[in-house]
Design a binder for this molecule. Structure first.
Ligand SMILES: Cc1ncc(COP(=O)(O)O)c(C=O)c1O
Length: 479
């Protein structure tokens, strides 16, 4: 082969010279050239023979000059039998213990387990207000309940529109639909996965009453932009903080920028009591209504006759006891998650084809999960293969988040919210057609996102391993 022919040393290019194996072969070539040009094959000395023969063997054994010019070989993927990037597995966090037991014991000594003026509820709401200073608060049975109470208190009625994110838990919009309102989906920011304020404004109509900002994965929305839009169009701004316990927008706790805040205490959240929620407000128009809309319309402060209609979303004292204890753990949980998520971003920023989870400077993300995106054209494999390779490296990764944006679910596409029917559309109170809704960035996020679990029992060392795994897999499959 041409590369293997003996060439004078002057042929070498600087790039080739920088490889030790090339320099070695060149030296052997020089010796052989000198040896062969001497025309004294019959007078081969022992040293000359050795040099020549070993040089020939070496030249044949070493890679070609072209191959030698390649960058050093990449480490073998764990998927292909190589060493794992994440060396040690991590235990799951221990989420409850003595403080919850203490509160439950105290609760067992009570005469009543009803929430109203119950000691556990009182403590829970006191602790909540230290985290999220809101004058009016109501603890309730779930985050979905909190969001339903919020839209009911905001006055959502037949045909009223609520603009929100299409990537969220369906609980964000369940209450809207039960109030006979219309969820309107706006597109998302490509790297924050939160509402794109400009697209929100484009979707405002004469029927729009509320914007519900979902702080997805604990990353705060651009609340300055959303509040400005709400103020400009006289809309009510609800914050869905279900995934955002301990999150701060420019130093301010989420839930305190908008008019009404909704939190979830469901099992998978930063803090939990199995199932539960809290809704709160500083606004005198909505705050006093929260308790009633969570308690069958009954005003426990004033008593009297029913003036509003609502279902039973009460939380009972056993849940409040656990939730109150959990709030004592919150800051430790969130501080660690924030540190680890930000560390991961710092580690993978600038890696070709990888778009880290973007958190605006000055914000605190509580990383309910971490999600980076792949630029598909940058890789020789699809996302499923990438995730498989990451998992083999020991990275807790999975593809995307929810399978499709909310409006692509059959119940939306068929407009079949009430046993296959949607009276609102049938009677012309809305012309919403979910088959025609387009949120291209939200679709792309779900198709290219890779979710990485972050939790408080993880260490910086573990996250460095995770980052190493992402780098290794990205470089291996680089196009
Ligand atoms: C963003 C978001 N909103 C609302 C909810 C509903 O909360 P819950 O499950 O407590 O009803 C969730 C729960 O997963 C959520 O993640």
């Amino acid at each position: 082969m041409a590369e293997r022919q003996l060439r004078p040393t002057g042929d070498r290019c600087a790039r080739e010279e920088s490889f030790p194996s090339f320099r070695l072969v060149s030296r052997v070539r020089e010796r052989l050239n000198a040896f062969m040009s001497s025309n004294s094959f019959d007078l081969i000395s022992r040293r000359g023979f050795l040099a020549a023969s070993s040089g020939v063997v070496l030249a044949a054994a070493l890679p070609s000059v072209q191959e030698a010019a390649k960058p050093p070989s990449l480490p073998k993927l764990a998927l292909h039998g190589g060493e794992k990037a994440v060396k040690k597995s991590i235990r799951l966090p221990i989420r409850w213990g003595e403080s919850e037991r203490e509160r439950l014991n105290a609760m067992l000594g009570q005469e009543s387990l009803l929430y109203w003026k119950g000691p556990q509820t009182t403590l829970l709401l006191e602790r909540f207000r230290k985290i999220c200073p809101l004058k009016y608060t109501m603890n309730c049975s779930s985050g979905t309940a909190a969001l339903h109470i919020a839209v009911a208190a905001a006055g959502i009625g037949p045909g009223d529109e609520v603009i929100t994110a299409p990537i969220t838990d369906i609980g964000t919009v369940i209450g809207v639909i039960y109030q006979q309102g219309v969820p309107v989906f706006a597109d998302l920011g490509a790297n924050t996965y939160n509402l794109d304020a400009r697209d929100v404004e484009r979707r405002i109509t004469a029927r729009t009453k509320v914007i519900t900002a979902v702080h997805l994965a604990g990353n705060p929305c651009d609340m300055t932009a959303l509040k400005a839009i709400a103020d400009r169009h006289n809309l009510i701004l609800i914050e869905d903080c279900a995934q955002a316990w301990g999150t701060k927008y420019q130093g301010q706790p989420v839930g305190t920028v908008g008019h009404i805040a909704c939190f979830s205490l469901q099992n998978s959240k930063h803090v939990t009591c199995g199932d539960g929620g809290i809704v709160g407000s500083n606004d005198e128009r909505f705050g006093p209504l929260l308790q009633r809309y969570g308690d069958k319309g009954f005003d426990r402060e004033k008593g009297g006759l029913f003036e509003c209609f609502a279902t039973n979303y009460r939380m009972s004292e056993p849940q409040a006891a656990v939730a109150a204890a959990q709030l004592g753990r919150l800051e430790g949980i969130v501080a660690q998650r924030a540190r680890l998520g930000d560390l991961l971003t710092a580690q993978i920023t600038g890696l070709a084809g990888i778009r880290p989870h973007h958190v605006a400077s000055g914000d605190r993300c509580s990383y309910w999960f971490y999600m980076f995106r792949l630029s598909p054209s940058a890789f020789r494999c699809d996302r499923a293969e990438f995730v498989k390779a990451l998992s083999a490296e020991g990275v807790p990764a999975s593809a995307g988040y929810i399978p499709v944006p909310l409006h692509r679910n059959p119940v939306f596409l068929k407009h079949g919210f009430f046993n296959g029917r949607w009276p609102l559309r049938e009677t012309g109170l809305t012309s919403m057609d979910y088959t025609k809704v387009e949120c291209p960035e939200a679709e792309a996020i779900l198709q290219t996102g890779i979710r990485v679990t972050i939790h408080e029992a993880m260490t910086e060392e573990f996250i460095l391993g995770v980052a190493e795994g992402i780098r290794k897999v990205a470089r291996h499959y680089a196009a």
